[in-house]
Design a protein around this ligand. Structure first.
Ligand SMILES: [Zn+2]
Length: 342
């Protein structure tokens, strides 16, 4: 089994106010999955905390200090982002788990790693917490990979929300490709097809904005026509996945109709590209996903896809007619045609 899971039951210690969707019960889903995969023979290891040096590659020093000062206290960082006394420490473990995954995969100790973490990270900006996120876990991981010899790192984000933080942190960097599928228009407001990066990073941000209600076939089209071809041309040394499961049909926040099986298909497609381009090196990190049952089953299928063996993804068919995928692919193709053959 070539997938390693990075997990600790401490992720439940980050508390949010009653009724908050990003709740400690999500950690119990992660605990159960870690236990199940350990029984199936996978290695499960506890993360180390991310270091200050690792955080400072993508966050401002003042911001890191401000978050560290929430230790021992309950605070509101923005209208939906909160800390409890342990949150700082737990957020360090979430970012550190992603760093651990990168180190193990870059050292070829394992082909694939999955960081079973909370809080999520992709909304966290260089100097601002938002959208339940404190530190940008995948950005810290991508920057760590770059500092440790990866020339090109690709981040694919299939969370239902656009990863504004990740996009902004790398938007001028041609060595880190950011590709996102997301409900649009929707929180946080960014992620239009025309946002393609800036300066030297132009072309290295690829957004696939999907209208609310998108189904499996829309995602399949986005993957086959844009995501996979762009990844093949970029030829990353490492593929990082912001794996959010809130596009699931049961999710209370997202408005999409993605099935459990489609998340496995997405991960199988990504694993196949990683096999082609970067010796199978792929690190997935959990982002959103707020229906506990959907989170558990979808993430289980995604881990199974990561574990391999590599095989062509069999995409499920919803049978629902939708032109949302065609519309997103058309908009994105027009926006990125100058940079990629799609
Ligand atoms: Zn989300």
């Amino acid at each position: 089994m070539s997938v390693i899971l990075i997990h600790t039951d401490r992720f439940a210690e980050h508390q949010t106010p009653p009724g908050h969707p990003e709740r400690p019960e999500r950690a119990e889903v992660l605990d159960a999955l870690a236990a199940r995969w350990r029984e199936r023979g996978s290695e499960v290891v506890a993360p180390r905390a991310a270091s200050r040096e690792q955080l400072l590659r993508v966050h401002d020093g003042d911001y890191v200090r401000r978050i560290s000062e929430t230790a021992g206290r309950a605070t509101a960082l923005d209208p939906d982002t909160y800390t409890s006394p342990e949150s700082y420490e737990i957020a360090l473990l979430a970012a550190g788990a992603c760093v651990d995954g990168v180190e193990r995969v870059m050292a070829n100790a394992h082909e694939a790693a999955c960081a079973l973490v909370r809080p999520p990270g992709h909304h966290a900006e260089r100097s601002r917490a938002m959208g339940f996120c404190l530190f940008n876990n995948v950005a810290v991981a991508a920057a760590h990979a770059r500092s440790n010899g990866a020339r090109r790192v690709a981040i694919v984000d299939f969370d239902v929300h656009h990863g504004n933080g990740t996009q902004h942190i790398f938007e001028a960097d041609p060595h880190v490709l950011y590709v996102s599928t997301h409900q649009y228009p929707y929180y946080p407001g960014t992620g239009a097809a025309e946002e393609v990066g800036r300066d030297a990073g132009r072309g290295f941000t690829v957004n696939l904005p999907l209208e609310v209600g998108a189904v499996d076939e829309d995602y399949q089209l986005a993957f086959s026509r844009i995501i996979v071809p762009v990844l093949r041309q970029f030829e990353p040394d490492l593929l990082i996945v912001s794996a959010g499961f809130d596009a699931h049909e049961r999710d209370p926040l997202g408005g999409m109709r993605v099935s459990t099986a489609a998340f496995a298909a997405m991960m199988r497609d990504l694993r196949a590209v990683a096999d082609e381009c970067c010796r199978g090196r792929i690190v997935a990190a959990v982002e959103g996903g707020y229906d506990l049952h959907a989170l558990g089953t979808s993430l289980d299928g995604a881990i199974d896809a990561l574990a391999g063996p590599a095989q062509p993804a069999e995409w499920p068919a919803s049978g629902i007619h939708s032109s949302r995928g065609e519309a997103a692919v058309a908009a994105t193709s027009a926006a990125i045609r100058a940079f990629w053959r799609v």
